[in-house]
Design a protein around this ligand. Structure first.
Ligand code: TXA
Ligand code: MG
Length: 359
């Protein structure tokens, strides 16, 4: 792929400057890629209705064509042009959570290029709530296909600098509006089957979905077995491979009561230090005292009582430890309520489901 100069263009997160948005929109209309902020993570956007432009996304990321993309819209009416049918459930959810971190999988209109849907009969659509994303989609006057702006298999970017690190030379422009508010990707909900099915937990929690649709189902990934990968859900959402978010170094997730987690982490830490390895630890504010003198590289994700903070710092934490040059990452588990379900999902992916149950 031919190398291009990548410009990082600062843009006001709440009142984006029209001329800067127009510069990005013109690139999109001409079939180029633009990296832009959303409230979840930064996206790598292309005009969803230009197959050539969308192909550039796959090339830039090194992403297999079997993994379909989310189409981002700014007005509800655009949904009607992308799908053949809008079930009542979609109306209700859109009313409650759009614009916001919810992606709905619906029957695709033939207008949507096959490269977007990976040839599947369904399309994933979301209306982000970040003012820059909304302004960009409106200015481009076209729906925008966008995966997370990271290299395939790497951690999603929550800053323009993360996206630059992965994709510079492959994208002409990055709109930089600072760190993303939510920090984990959108919730993906499939509305094409008998029962609404959560394919990926994210910024809109399972509890929030169930407050509108009590029957929403979710099959939790099991840490103990990789068999889940072979299930229907995995085939339906091909991007949901367990290692999707993995940093390039081995990582372990510790679960159990906090004192047991501390003891098991310390033991593992000492083993690896004895082999001369540099160890990174992802922990909570409340764990800091225990590890302060441990000689490990520590990154605190926030307080155990503030799961939103933890979610917002998670990907930055993985990248920071990776860049620090640690040879192994140890991470604690967090409560599974609310956004906690998405945190657990991403941690399982980051660790390749290597879970140590401390007791
Ligand atoms: O928060 C987000 O969703 C971010 C921002 C940029 O919007 N985007 C994002 O895109 O995370 P990506 O491509 O990294 O993840 C999209 C997920 C993948 O797991 C993909 O398999 C799934 O959505 N997906 C896309 N189209 C689908 C479809 N038609 N049916 C089922 N799953 C689909
Ligand atoms: Mg992604």
């Amino acid at each position: 792929m031919q190398s291009v100069q990548t410009t990082i263009l600062p843009v006001h997160p709440l009142r984006p400057e029209p001329a800067r948005i127009e510069r990005a929109a013109a690139l999109l209309r001409a079939g180029n890629l633009v990296i832009f902020p959303t409230e979840t993570v930064y996206g790598l956007g292309a005009d969803a209705l230009q197959p050539q432009a969308v192909q550039n996304i796959f090339v830039a990321k090194g992403r297999p064509y079997s993994d379909p993309l989310i189409v981002h819209i700014a007005e509800y009416q655009t949904l009607e042009t992308l799908v053949t049918h809008i079930p009542d459930e979609a109306h209700q959810l859109a009313k409650a959570f759009w614009p916001g971190p919810l992606t709905l999988v619906l029957p695709a209109h033939k207008r949507v290029p096959a490269i977007v849907t990976a040839g599947m009969p369904t399309v994933a659509v979301r209306m982000p709530r970040h003012p820059v994303a909304l302004a960009l989609i409106r200015a481009a006057a076209t729906p925008i296909a966008a995966p997370s702006a990271n290299r395939f298999m790497h951690v999603s970017p929550t800053t323009a600098q993360h996206a630059f690190a992965d994709l510079h030379g492959r994208v002409p422009l990055i709109l930089d509006a600072g760190p993303c508010e939510i920090g984990v990707e959108s919730t993906v909900l499939d509305l094409t089957g008998e029962t609404p099915t959560l394919l990926r937990p994210g910024g809109v929690s399972l509890e929030m979905l169930q407050s509108i649709l009590p029957l929403v189902q979710y099959r939790k990934p099991h840490s103990s077995s990789q068999a889940e990968l072979e299930t229907d859900e995995a085939r339906k959402s091909p991007g949901q491979m367990l290692i999707h978010y993995a940093p390039t170094i081995p990582a372990y997730l510790f679960e159990g009561s906090t004192p047991h987690i501390h003891a098991a982490m310390l033991a593992t830490l000492q083993q690896h230090q004895a082999q001369g390895q540099r160890v990174g630890i992802l922990l909570a504010d409340e764990d800091m005292d225990i590890f302060a003198e441990s000689g490990a590289d520590l990154y605190t994700l926030g307080s155990l009582s503030q799961p939103e903070q933890v979610a917002a710092h998670l990907f930055a934490g993985l990248r920071t430890l990776e860049e620090a040059g640690v040879q192994i990452i140890l991470c604690r588990t967090f409560a599974e309520q609310g956004i906690g379900l998405a945190i657990r999902d991403r941690l399982l992916k980051a660790t390749g489901s290597k879970v140590i149950t401390a007791r």
